[in-house]
Design a protein around this ligand. Structure first.
Ligand code: GDP
Ligand code: MN
Length: 379
């Protein structure tokens, strides 16, 4: 789950990271009021789930409350990388001497949180990563020990020479660790971490992604989710208790179990197709889940054929068949459906499907190659 900057700032500030207090506005009036209350020059910042807002015109300096209002009226409603800006953050503007990058991400390769730190921070960090990766220092951290003081100093020394700044940056490195682990983050980023002409070290931007699997035990974080900023089909799937990720292909996939779902997607690709989604209907038996799954998948016009791949263990295949039957009674499905099922109650499942004029296949290769061919014919 991605957080907005204003939400991520709260978590960083709670961990002690030095940042200016600001306010969030949904209207130009509110933006002006916040700027007036702050009583100094401010920055008006688009709150959308993407980076590169600065380059897109979504970050503007304002010397007066009236100017803050003007910027807010231009930025609210603006479209940045396909996302509509609903709110702006209004914070005191900082004088900037240098801009550095500090990130902490969960890294699959080392299976550890890894710090990424660069003195060449700011809006061009992607460019730096692509063309001069040697300017980024990486440090994997043992999660048992956390970031040790000498490691924090080592990272800070790659950013600054003079001791007060090094010390301040080292403290921020450790505060970032606290924010990351306390909130179950998979990514926490400060870009830019700036120094000011009077030698202060400040975080001016905050980006945090929370691991979805951490949300059940963190209800206060779970409610920070902004459904309007997410893919609508994924929001619907979450409400229906399905694990669903939308992809770019045209073969809709309904599978039970994450492992089988991934194997199915691999096989779709193996036969020359492209999956339209990842979907795990879960282990429990529940025809309603199948109905919801079909509703979500068929609402995507890109889907040209649908594959069911069900390995019945705890999942009863007759429940899945009943789900398909119910769905077809409730709404029209315009694309062909190929069903492969095997396991618990498969005889009943086959009978139910035959009752509505469908055949169930037992062989996975046969089912996948058939659905890929059907999708190709329709496309
Ligand atoms: P992003 O482009 O989405 O990453 O948004 P940022 O919050 O990082 O802002 C982009 C850039 O705007 C920063 O790299 C700064 O150069 C500039 N900026 C942001 N806040 C301030 C500020 O308080 N003062 C000044 N002078 N520039 C700022
Ligand atoms: Mn930034």
């Amino acid at each position: 789950m991605n957080l907005h900057e204003y939400q991520a700032r709260d978590l960083l500030m709670k961990a002690g990271v030095p940042m200016f207090e600001g306010g969030v506005a949904a209207t130009p009036d509110e933006a002006e009021a916040i700027a007036r209350k702050l009583g100094r020059a401010v920055v008006v910042k688009a709150q959308v789930h993407t980076g590169g807002r600065g380059k897109a015109g979504g970050v503007k300096l304002a010397a007066t409350p009236a100017e803050a209002r003007e910027h807010a009226s231009r930025i609210i409603g603006m479209n940045i990388k396909g996302l509509t800006v609903e709110k702006v953050l209004v914070v005191p503007a900082a004088d900037i001497s240098t801009e550095a990058y500090v990130g902490l991400i969960m890294d699959r390769e080392t299976q550890r949180p890894v710090y990424m730190v660069s003195a060449a921070g700011g809006v061009d960090i992607e460019e730096v990563a692509a063309t001069t990766p040697e300017k980024i220092t990486r440090l994997p951290v043992d999660p048992v020990y956390g970031l040790l003081p000498h490691q924090a100093l080592g990272l800070a020394l790659t950013l600054y020479q003079d001791y007060p700044k090094v010390k301040a940056a080292a403290r921020i490195m450790q505060q970032l660790w606290t924010a990351f682990t306390a909130n179950g983050a998979s990514l926490a980023e400060i870009n830019p971490l700036v120094t000011t002409p009077d030698g202060e070290v400040l975080a001016l931007d905050a980006k945090i992604s929370i691991d979805d699997n951490e949300l059940d035990r963190r209800p206060d974080l779970a409610q920070l989710r902004d459904d309007s900023a997410e893919e609508p089909s994924e929001v619907a799937a979450r409400a229906a208790g399905l694990t669903f990720i939308k992809l770019d292909g045209n073969v809709g996939c309904v599978v039970n179990g994450a492992g089988l779902a991934m194997a199915t997607m691999d096989l779709v690709k193996y036969y020359g197709g492209e999956p339209a989604n990842f979907l795990d209907i879960g282990g429990s038996s529940n025809p309603e889940k199948v109905v919801n799954a079909l509703r979500i998948i068929t609402s995507d016009p890109a889907v040209k054929a649908i594959l069911f791949n069900i390995f019945g263990g705890i999942t009863r295949t007759d429940d899945v068949a009943n789900g398909i039957k119910t769905a077809l009674e409730q709404f029209p499905v315009q694309v062909p459906i190929v069903v492969r099922l095997t396991g618990t109650n498969e005889k009943e499942a086959v009978r139910i499907l035959e009752g509505i004029g469908m055949t169930a296949l037992g062989d996975m290769d046969e089912a996948v190659s058939r659905v890929v061919a059907l999708a190709r014919e329709a496309a």
